[in-house]
Design a protein around this ligand. Structure first.
Ligand SMILES: Cc1cc2nc3c(=O)[nH]c(=O)nc-3n(C[C@H](O)[C@H](O)[C@H](O)COP(=O)(O)O)c2cc1C
Length: 411
């Protein structure tokens, strides 16, 4: 049997509901970067700039990618056969792969209807789906679409003693969210130049360029007609039931200030009895602080390079955070994940799972509703191939491979 026949025989495409469809998509889009390249042409300019851009001149994004690419895994041969499984248990729940959909505000700008498409694909593949506070659907809708995999992310609404935040948490609890994620790494508002230059700013004003952009992207236009304009659906009850995007944006500008303090994290810990995760940690002392407050999980993240471009890559901070947590919390990671190989790199360095943001938006931008499922299937395929190649028969075994990681941060 030659290499190609062997690969064809062992290729699985798990996560995709339909293997034939997966194979057809795989021929056109064999990697996430093929999706990104197609998304650039397939959506209006402003939508691509929103999904693709980072802080500064995107150098934080570039460094995330370069840092992941620099992590080398030393294989062992003669120890394995076939493609290893990717199932994982996180916070006592069983998931299909150590890969999740990171919380994203306004993904419907990238592709109208995005939130539901992301949640549906995650539920089908049984991987974690994190709805953002400023996503385009409510916690109740997310729980209905993705009952087995739904997590909820919260930003800080400090006014009136956190009335809005506590109410959202109460709703997420009632809806059955499995995990609450508190984002720590947006203490200030920063600028993403490509977004601003593309006109994604408050107040939103349709301009001729944007209208023409939509008109010349038929798939996007159809999705827009089917799903309507992007809305911050979760916040509607707190804005007097308004559906105006500008009123929501004004509300957000007034209400969301700063990131959670540790005292505030402790208050959420008191209220939320299910697993609680903090997101955006890069310093091991912050990890220790989180663990001391009884936090169950930590997402090592630099917000995908979207805050400022001087933050270290999350993958380089990961080993120090894993060491600081010392097995007392589940360590998750995001920022720069573009392949199943990246996920295996993160797992080899101690993460229980990795999340992706932009990769899913590129999938949506290229393939619309089919995009998120294809991203998951691709990454699972790549993960299994990477595990098989390095001689790891399981995710656990991947943690004991020899890793060359010269840029790992030491504190
Ligand atoms: C368009 C977009 C919107 C985002 N919105 C949020 C958000 O509302 N809350 C949050 O905690 N993180 C948000 N993030 C950050 C992601 O959760 C995640 O940390 C990041 O995308 C991971 O990096 P990657 O895009 O390189 O995979 C957003 C990211 C993107 C790309």
């Amino acid at each position: 049997m030659d290499d190609r026949t062997a690969q064809a025989n062992t290729r699985v495409g798990t996560g995709a509901p339909d293997k034939t469809r997966y194979a057809a998509l795989h021929r056109r889009f064999p990697t996430i970067f093929h999706l990104r390249a197609h998304a650039r042409r397939h959506v209006p300019h402003f939508a691509f700039e929103y999904m693709d851009g980072g802080a500064g001149a995107d150098s934080g994004i570039d460094r995330n990618w370069a840092a992941l690419d620099a992590v080398e895994l030393v294989p062992r041969y003669g120890v394995t056969s076939g493609l290893p499984p990717t199932e994982v248990t996180l916070f006592g729940r069983h998931y299909g792969a150590p890969l999740g959909v990171a919380p994203m505000g306004g993904p419907a700008i990238a592709w109208p209807g995005a939130d539901a498409y992301l949640a549906t694909a995650a539920q089908q593949a049984r991987v974690p789906y994190v709805l953002s506070t400023v996503g385009g659907m409510t916690v109740e809708q997310a729980a209905e679409i993705a009952p087995d995999v739904f997590w909820f992310q919260l930003y800080r609404f400090a006014k009136n003693d956190h009335a809005v935040g506590f109410d959202l948490v109460k709703r997420a609890d009632a809806a059955g969210a499995h995990v609450l994620v508190l984002t720590l790494d947006v203490p200030v508002r920063t600028t993403r130049a490509r977004e601003v230059a593309a006109g994604i700013a408050y107040p939103f004003r349709p301009n001729l360029r944007r209208v023409l952009g939509i008109a010349s992207s038929p798939g996007y236009l159809r999705a827009l007609l089917r799903n309507g304009q992007p809305r911050f659906a979760n916040l509607r009850p707190y804005v007097g039931g308004s559906t105006s995007v500008n009123e929501m944006a004004r509300f957000l500008q007034n209400e969301t200030r700063g990131a959670f303090t540790w005292e505030e994290v402790a208050r959420f810990r008191d209220r939320w009895r299910r697993p609680l995760v903090v997101k955006g940690v890069l310093h091991p002392q912050d990890a220790e602080r989180a663990v001391s407050l009884g936090i169950d999980g930590i997402v090592v993240s630099n917000h995908g390079g979207r805050q400022i471009d001087a933050l270290p890559p999350a993958i380089d901070a990961l080993p120090a955070v894993v060491a600081a947590a010392g097995g007392r919390a589940t360590i998750l990671m995001d920022s720069g994940i573009r392949s199943g190989v990246d996920v295996v790199r993160a797992v080899a360095l101690g993460a229980q799972a990795a999340f992706a943001g932009k990769a899913f938006l590129w999938g949506l931008g290229a393939l619309g509703a089919d995009g998120p499922g294809h991203v998951i299937a691709l990454m699972i395929d790549e993960m299994r191939a990477a595990l098989g190649q390095i001689g790891a028969r399981s995710l656990t075994e991947a943690r004991s491979v020899v890793v060359r990681h010269p840029a790992a941060l030491r504190f």
